[in-house]
Write a protein that binds this ligand. Sequence first.
Ligand code: NAD
Length: 354
Amino acid sequence: MEDFVYNGNPARVVFGSGTVSRLPEEADRLNVKRLVLLSTPEQVQQATDIASHLGPRVVATYSKAQMHTPVEVTADAMQFISDHSADAVLSIGGGSTTGLGKAIAFRTDLPQIVVPTTYAGSEATPILGETEGGRKVTTSDPRILPEVIVYDVDLTLTLPVALSVTSGVNAVAHAVEALYAREANPIISLMAEQGISAIVRALPSIHANPADKNARAGALYGAWLCGVCLGSVGMALHHKLCHTLGGMFNLPHAQMHTAVLPHAVAYNAKAVPAAMARLRRAMGVDDGATGLFDLARRLGATMSLKDLGMPDGSIESALEQALSNAYWNPRELDRPELRQLLERAFRGDAPNPA
Ligand code: NAD
């Protein structure tokens, strides 16, 4: 066995069906009495219903969370938090809502209770990605890591099938890059393999029947494992490309991850044979990149960045920004090949054969 460093983040996770009824206990454990509820505009009703378990301890609702955590929204929310003398935030929703809660916690050190409703995995990481002036900047800090995650499978039943598929592949992206991370270690690789396997097995069942609670539980469990991977080791080319494209063109997060991942895997595959063997085993396929592309396409995902809103003629500027300040990657970054990668993803072509 090779030497390794394992860096685990503290986590309290409540997982199951109907677990939102345990929110009062969790608020008691943290000794918090003035929670501000966070949500997106689309989920405010669902979030308010769930938060009613906490009664008057929820003093106000801020429902303007947005994708990619724009700093202007955070500034507005900070004023709201201060106006209501909040002593904690309760984030109910997907990664956008969790992101806003983390941005507030980073600035105030207020405790966070997170109730995730997608498979983004942000709740399990001490990482905050914020967008300012078309650039996404990530920060890692212990204040950003939520104090408790309450996973309630029932809440994911309303996640539309299309978003369930892409959000699941977004989670898989965290685990795939963890398998070949510079800090890869046996514990995180176990979680990564298990997380990929759980999600890849759940998605076809969710696609066939979105009300399949067993499949929903498998996907949510996998999403947590994949989130832990993201929070524990560094990410590489795939995440850099997505951070760049998300910041520059405000592309929908999970859908964009889904369109890029097969290509990033194909690019790195030759440099990381052991990680690819684990990916193949987790997915039960002959080739990881092709397997991911085929799965996503079969389940109806849009595989073209152009169709997701990336403007014509923008590949060169995206490439420029992705290569400036690039993340560590297991394979050297080759500009012409990366241009081809983006061109293929732009058109929605299958990944380059291994
Ligand atoms: P999202 O939170 O933007 O949700 C997408 C839409 O689906 C929203 O309108 C939301 O209200 C709605 N929705 C969510 N759950 C639902 C449900 N169960 N039923 C019905 N509607 C539901 O999307 P996301 O993909 O979860 O999160 C994307 C954001 O998370 C991005 O900003 C991304 O950068 C961030 N993220 C951060 C990390 C991290 O560790 N920092 C990790 C992953 C994602």
